[in-house]
Write a protein that binds this ligand. Structure first.
Ligand code: ARG
Ligand code: ZN
Length: 874
């Protein structure tokens, strides 16, 4: 079935309230749902009430307390149709269902994880709990009562404020919760279990005290401190930056070990993948800390952008996700180094979203049709969605952007809104026309902007000509012209920036607004030939094509006032060289030296006046997958690897003494996850990899590994040992020691699996297969599957794309197997093959065969079926 944006229609009945009672039991949980509704004005008197279901069986049905005549309703696993309902006035429908959380392997609806009952309802999981209008535009006030054995579930949690609870005889107890804020069913949550609790409190800007509670597995309480700290900082930041205050007496977070995604913003009761809550220096890396900070903030910020204002339908998913990602980015930028954070965002966007937009799974930020909504929780909806909001701010300026946000909160609080509603607030607050800009929501694909410049020495004028193109994407063969805001600067020969204004008025505040196919912007009275720094800070998510000499790039890298631009110039220089040598390697030609690049990188690394985190980013060459994306077609992953390794060696050799010094520069003493220390560790980590490469032996990494006293340094060293010296006694010894030491710590063991899975080279596949088959490997845990299968297929280009196709066959077999239990996870893992058409002919054919084998494997879930169909569609 295909769902279409243009088919939107409100429900026939309006829900007023819902009362839920759960009696928890692993295999026989009973659910009683009492819903008060009335027929919407103008709806025919004989129109039936149709509720959604998914794998449900109806135990019984009452209307206003009386058993309903069985001839007046039909219940199937996925819907409940009720006739014979009052023509006017409210009535109560009571729906009784029984569930088996312990055997719910899809991790949608109510399930058990590590002995804990928990729910995941977004997007369409509530219909696996009871028959209901499971759609985001149906808002209701919820009362929830949970009954369970005290032994089985000591803590009984749901949304909103705690109403009360107590004991029954025979060791049972109950708790009741009331959420005064009307919400859609996807924000419902319930948790029951015996958990460890960490408590704190927050006083809001109007002086209200909010109880903060984080529930984790017993024994892990000591690892929840950073998440709690991040939560308090998020609450404060949202007050200061957006004027948003929290609106319940209590805010709860529960960390669970089996979770399909990162976390979920259920009203007042966020449920998290424990990977994004738990951290201490011994078990979590700096990257883990940064992710926790970002995701805690993200889910908290959803309270306003998502919960108070929700989405009219799932086509509008980016309304809450793009905006909330934008908000969590801004938060992290404020908490850390803004330019380093932006560099990481650009890297991530290009690594995940650009390939999605360039391949068979491309879709608009706001899709217009879907078969399975779970497949649209994508980099495009989230990350590009955030970039679109960022562009609105670039176009409007900070002040009008804030005015627009204020208007949005004021006007739409309590609504299920649309992108049109959102854009109207910015148009109104700023007096600007955003019609052309709105195409960013409806047109898929990454625009390309070609840039040419013209310097006239005699007249001291400088002209910049921009031309945009947007290639066709699936279902969109013709594209309209976009509004592309490009931030720019002109760097003069002496390194200062030209401060003169453009002659034309279609540019302002250092931004050129490209709105036509081709536009020329000219500057006069420019003292000397300037170098153009364009798309500064990645103001627009586009590909820039510009002939710029490496001397000009070096000039930007040295003088640009903006750190992100300096990195962009360095990265561009590295990318150009890597693309050129990768193509030579593919054709079996000899590779020219990378002297110039090596010198710049070493000099940047050695420059102690620069932030360590920035130097680490500068030294990290574009990944093999980045180079592949840039080349775009006829990809030979082996050639890219060979070429990149050669460049790495040259850089390593050119800077051995610098790297040897830096490898030892991680801060000593007590570990702090703050950005400054993390930056130093990042620099030391890249330096360790370069130094080891130059030395060609594992001694340095082994020493670093043995003497490490935190997981960041430890995992960096382990990675160098395993990736650079696979099979060496040092690597094997470290792996064995790591496994023993963290045997009881699944989150840490995930790192052990990932590092091995990402070891370059074809032989890794056999290792992955061995690990999969070992007794302690748990195929039902999503984190574990992502750590091994996800890391191998999405993070190991040479291993996964081995020329014999065995990597593709391995993924295909696992996807088909996982699909039987957890379709969402299977579909997600399969997206690793989204760029298969850009491979060289031999691998392309093998990849195609693997995809066909999935399609022919028998009964597929809608999730995997949809992905495989789109990937194979011509
Ligand atoms: N809304 C959640 C988040 O971004 C993601 C939940 C998605 N879950 C799913 N099953 N598709 O913050
Ligand atoms: Zn979100």
């Amino acid at each position: 079935q295909v769902y279409k944006l243009k088919d939107y229609k409100p429900t026939d009945f309006v829900v007023e309230r819902i009362d839920l009672t759960f009696e928890l039991d692993p295999k026989e949980t009973t659910v009683v749902s009492r819903v008060i509704l009335h027929r919407r004005e103008g709806v025919a008197a004989d129109a039936p009430l149709v509720f959604d279901g998914d794998e449900l069986t109806l135990d019984s049905l009452q209307i206003d307390g009386n058993d309903h005549d069985p001839s007046l309703y039909d219940a199937t696993p996925d819907s409940l149709t009720i006739r014979g309902l009052p023509e006017s006035g409210p009535f109560e429908v009571t729906v009784n269902t029984t569930l088996s959380p312990a055997t719910n392997t899809k991790l949608m609806g109510l399930y058990r994880t590590n002995g804990v009952y928990c729910t995941q309802c977004e997007a369409e999981g509530f219909r696996r709990i009871t028959y209901f209008y499971d759609r985001p535009d149906v808002l209701a006030v919820y009362t929830v009562t949970i009954i369970a054995g005290k032994e089985d579930a000591k803590h009984l949690l749901s949304n909103g404020n705690f109403l009360g609870g107590g004991n029954y005889d025979e060791g049972r107890h109950f708790a009741a919760w009331f959420d005064p804020h009307p919400k859609p069913s996807y924000l419902f949550a319930l948790v029951g279990g015996d958990l460890g609790l960490v408590e704190d409190s927050f006083t809001t800007m109007s002086g209200k005290e909010v109880a903060l509670k984080i529930y984790v597995e017993h024994g892990k309480e000591g690892r929840a401190g950073y998440a709690m700290d991040a939560l308090k900082r998020s609450m404060k930041w949202d007050e200061e930056m957006f004027g948003r205050e929290y609106d319940l007496d209590i805010f709860q977070i529960v960390a669970v070990s089996d979770f399909n995604m990162g976390a979920m913003e259920n009203k007042g009761l966020n449920v998290f993948n424990d990977k994004y809550v738990l951290a201490d220096p011994e078990t979590a890396t700096d990257a883990d800390y940064a992710n926790i900070e970002a995701i805690i903030a993200h889910e908290y910020f959803h309270n306003w952008t998502g919960n108070r204002i929700t989405c009219r339908d799932w086509f509008q998913l980016c309304l809450k996700e793009g905006l909330t990602v934008y908000r969590d980015h801004a938060f992290s930028a404020d908490q850390r180094s803004a330019s380093v954070k932006r560099i990481a965002e650009i890297r991530l966007l290009k690594a995940h979203q650009f390939p999605e937009d360039a391949g068979p799974l491309a879709h608009p930020v706001r899709p217009e049709s879907y078969k399975e909504i779970n497949n649209f929780y994508t980099a495009t909806v989230y990350e590009k969605g955030s970039e679109v909001v960022r562009m609105i701010r670039t176009i409007l300026g900070a002040e009008d952007f804030r005015k627009g946000m204020d208007l949005y909160f004021e006007r739409h609080d309590g609504d299920a809104a649309t992108i049109e509603d959102f854009l109207a607030c910015f148009a109104e607050a700023s007096g600007r026309d955003l019609k052309q800009f709105a195409l960013w929501y409806s047109q898929a694909g990454t625009p390309s902007v070609s840039v040419s410049t013209d310097w006239n020495e005699a007249s001291k004028t400088f002209k910049v000509t921009l031309e945009q193109t947007l290639a066709p994407t699936p279902g969109q063969s013709r594209k309209a012209l976009m509004h592309i805001p490009l931030a720019y600067g002109l760097i003069l020969p002496d390194g200062t920036e030209f401060d003169g204004r453009l002659d034309t008025d279609d540019a302002e505040n250092g931004v050129m607004h490209l709105t036509k196919r081709k536009q020329t912007f000219s500057f006069s009275n420019v003292p000397g030939r300037p170098v153009l720094s364009i798309n500064r800070g990645f103001s627009a998510p586009v590909n820039i094509a510009m002939e710029q000499s490496s001397a000009d790039l070096a000039h930007i890298a040295r003088h640009d006032g903006d750190g992100v631009s300096r990195w962009q110039a360095l990265n561009e220089q590295a990318m150009r060289h890597l693309v050129a040598v990768s193509k030579l390697a593919r054709d079996g030609r000899t590779l020219p030296p990378a002297r110039e690049l090596a010198d710049i990188l070493v000099a940047t690394g050695a420059d102690d006046s620069l932030e360590p985190a920035f130097r680490a980013q500068a030294l990290a060459l574009p990944a093999e997958s980045d180079i592949a994306r840039e080349i775009g077609s006829n990809i030979d992953p082996e050639a890219i690897h060979t070429a990149r390794e050669a460049v790495l060696s040259e850089v390593a050799n050119a800077g051995l003494d610098v790297f040897a010094r830096l490898a030892d520069s991680a801060p000593k003493g007590a570990y702090s996850p703050d950005a400054a220390d993390a930056g130093q560790r990042a620099l030391a980590g890249v330096a360790l990899a370069y130094a080891s490469l130059a030395e060609g032996q594992p001694a340095r990494a082994k020493t670093a590994y043995d003497s490490s006293d935190n997981m960041t340094v430890m995992s960096q060293a382990l990675q160098v040992l395993v990736h650079q010296f696979p099979g060496s006694s040092e690597a094997e010894e470290a792996l064995a020691g790591f496994k023993t030491r963290f045997a009881d710590d699944p989150l840490v063991l995930d790192k052990w699996y990932s590092i091995q899975a990402m070891t370059p080279g074809a032989p890794t596949r056999e290792r992955v297969e061995e690990l999969l088959e070992s007794d302690d490997f748990d195929r039902s845990n999503p984190n574990r599957m992502r750590a091994l299968i996800g890391a191998f297929s999405a993070g190991n280009p040479t291993g996964f794309n081995a020329a014999d196709g065995a990597g593709y066959r391995l993924l295909a077999a696992e996807v088909v197997d996982i699909d039987k239990r957890n379709p969402q996870l299977a579909a997600r893992l399969l997206t690793a093959m989204r760029s298969w058409r850009s491979l060289e002919a031999g691998r392309q054919e093998l990849a195609r065969q693997a995809l066909v084998s999935i399609r022919e494997a028998g009964e597929l879930s809608p999730d995997v079926g949809d992905i495989v169909d789109r990937m194979l569609a011509a």
